[in-house]
Design a protein around this ligand. Structure first.
Ligand code: NAD
Length: 509
């Protein structure tokens, strides 16, 4: 495995770069406040800039402002709301490089992936602008003469968005662009690990609002940890809590929102697998698997964590993945040649080391990787592990680049092993056998929210609904009809006759 011997930039250079990107966007990080949150960079594991932390009273004020803005925004015609999102999209195009720079600095993504994340924001803005003229309701046939039966969709209220560190800007845009065209207002609690990117997004949206005369208070960002997230979760004025993060976070959030009869949209952990059949095109499979497993240093919710390969090809497949892993360049995400950047922090490294220890104890063999590179930041070589069975460590999500490979003989066993994890986000099959492919997509195939044929588990397009089942939380965001989660549905019956027939033929006096 090659690496760039960790030639890392100086910490003060990174701070300068962050300041410069924020400056071009028009955002300033330092402002007086009751407390501070320090933005850090995984590139060197050092501090970047202090950001004012929000108090619980500050969250209350942001929700108050969003509630007031909602009164105006909900009656603003949807295509007019779309104009604000269109302007946001234009600003994102203009500042794509700046925002990507901040994503690299705060989340440690390599340049190309950071640019891809911002492109996803631009794409979802375009989608939302089109949607602003397509918030369709149905008209149904009424059983009563002279009656019309239809459904209308109305804005829901304040949407609280809680997001994770690993998609610091795209997840916000999926929620915010759609919520805004749906007539909702937004209060955003970004990850405490990525406050600068959040500040940058908020600044761009505030400018889009000014440029299109959208009401003040339409969008606020609140900075802090789980306590600040909880303030958003507990507030009955927040109609929908859209929370992205670990399953542990979802377990804490969901019952609290349910207890106040609020709505929850959960996008939680994944433990994504690929089945590789005996007929698979192995060149394609290796490329798809390596990007999905090692890309983003294994820190995507859709990262491939398991391969279930037919016993006739499992050895060859493992050797070919190993050969590809040995060519991966681990190093500064700011360098053009790097394919694998840093883990977010020491905790992530410890979790990866602990998982590898458990895997070994369960009879697994670490084929390659798993070792730390350098002693600045938390850089690791992606680990490839052969496992005799799908033991408990394989069934957990370890948010780091660990890929477990297991063998199967019968296709039914492969599907059973694939589904035998608590999470249900993304899945893939590599096969040229149409029967296998169709079975994988059928009701008794993959139990995930995303099921792909002949491509990896990560890198979804915004046009489809994104999300997963079981402990992944059941939410759907982004494309298709995911917008319905951000609106309330009313069923309307209009009687345009001079009679009053009752439904189901009921007679009453
Ligand atoms: P995390 O759960 O540690 O934090 C996510 C967010 O939740 C942060 O903003 C955090 O402050 C907040 N939070 C934590 N506990 C809370 C509580 N009790 N109340 C309110 N807010 C709370 O996750 P992370 O380490 O930032 O991200 C990695 C995890 O996110 C992985 O499990 C990954 O699979 C998941 N993820 C899922 C998706 C998806 O779409 N399914 C997308 C990205 C990340």
């Amino acid at each position: 495995m090659t690496d760039t011997a960790l030639i890392l930039p100086r910490p003060d250079e990174l701070t300068e770069r962050a300041r410069a990107a924020l400056g071009r966007i028009g955002a300033t990080a330092t402002a007086p406040g009751p407390g501070t949150l320090t933005a850090r960079t995984p590139v060197t594991g050092t501090d970047l800039e202090p950001v004012p932390a929000t108090s619980v009273a500050g969250v209350d004020a942001a929700i108050g402002a969003a509630t007031a803005a909602f009164a105006e925004w909900r009656t603003t015609p949807a295509p007019v709301r779309g104009a604000t999102v269109r302007r946001l999209g234009e600003l994102l195009v203009a500042h794509k490089e700046d925002l990507a720079e901040l994503v690299t600095l705060e989340a440690g993504k390599i340049r190309s992936e950071a640019l891809g994340e911002v492109q996803e924001m631009i794409d979802v803005c375009e989608f939302a602008v089109g949607l602003s003229r397509q918030l369709y309701g149905r008209t149904m046939a009424s059983e009563r003469p002279g009656h019309r039966l239809m459904e209308t969709w109305h804005p829901l209220g304040v949407v609280g968005v809680i997001s994770a560190f690993n998609f610091p800007v795209a997840v916000w845009s999926w929620n915010t662009a759609i919520a805004l065209v749906c007539g909702d207002t937004v209060v955003w609690k970004p990850s405490e690990k990525t406050p600068l990117t959040a500040l940058a997004c908020h600044t761009l949206l505030a400018r889009a609002c000014r440029d299109t005369d959208a009401p003040d208070g339409l969008h606020s960002v609140v900075f802090g940890d789980a306590e600040i997230g909880s303030a958003l979760v507990d507030d009955p004025r927040v109609a929908l809590v859209s929370a992205t993060g670990s399953t542990a976070m979802g377990r804490a959030v969901a019952p609290k929102v349910a207890a106040r009869f609020g709505r929850c949209l959960l996008e939680l952990g994944g433990n994504n697998a690929a089945i590789v059949g005996p007929s698979a095109d192995l060149d394609l499979a290796v490329r798809g698997i390596v990007f999905a497993a090692a890309g983003t240093a294994g820190q995507r919710c859709t990262t491939m964590r398991r391969v279930v390969a037919h016993s006739s090809i499992v050895d060859e497949l493992t050797s070919r993945i190993e050969a590809a892993y040995r060519t991966l360049t681990v190093g500064s995400p700011l360098d053009a040649g790097t394919l694998v950047g840093p883990l977010v922090d020491e905790r992530a490294y410890d979790a990866m080391s602990a998982a590898l220890d458990k895997a070994r104890a369960d009879g697994g063999t670490v084929v390659c990787g798993g070792d730390r590179v350098g002693d600045t930041g938390w850089y690791v070589r992606p680990a490839l592990v052969r496992m005799p069975t799908q033991s408990s460590v394989v069934r957990e999500e370890t948010f780091a680049p660990v890929l477990y490979v297991m063998a199967y003989d019968e296709f039914d066993d492969a599907i059973a092993m694939h589904n035998d994890v608590p999470q249900g986000l993304s899945s893939a099959i590599f096969t040229t056998d149409q029967r296998e492919a169709e079975r994988f997509l059928a009701a008794d195939g993959s139990d995930c929210g995303i099921a792909n044929v002949n491509l990896g588990t990560s890198g979804a397009e915004i046009g489809g609904a994104f999300g997963g089942e079981k402990e992944t939380g059941g939410g759907r965001e982004s494309g298709s009809d995911a917008w319905k989660a951000y609106m309330r549905r009313a069923t309307n019956t209009v009687n345009y006759s001079s009679e009053l027939p009752l439904a189901q033929g009921v007679e009453f006096g």
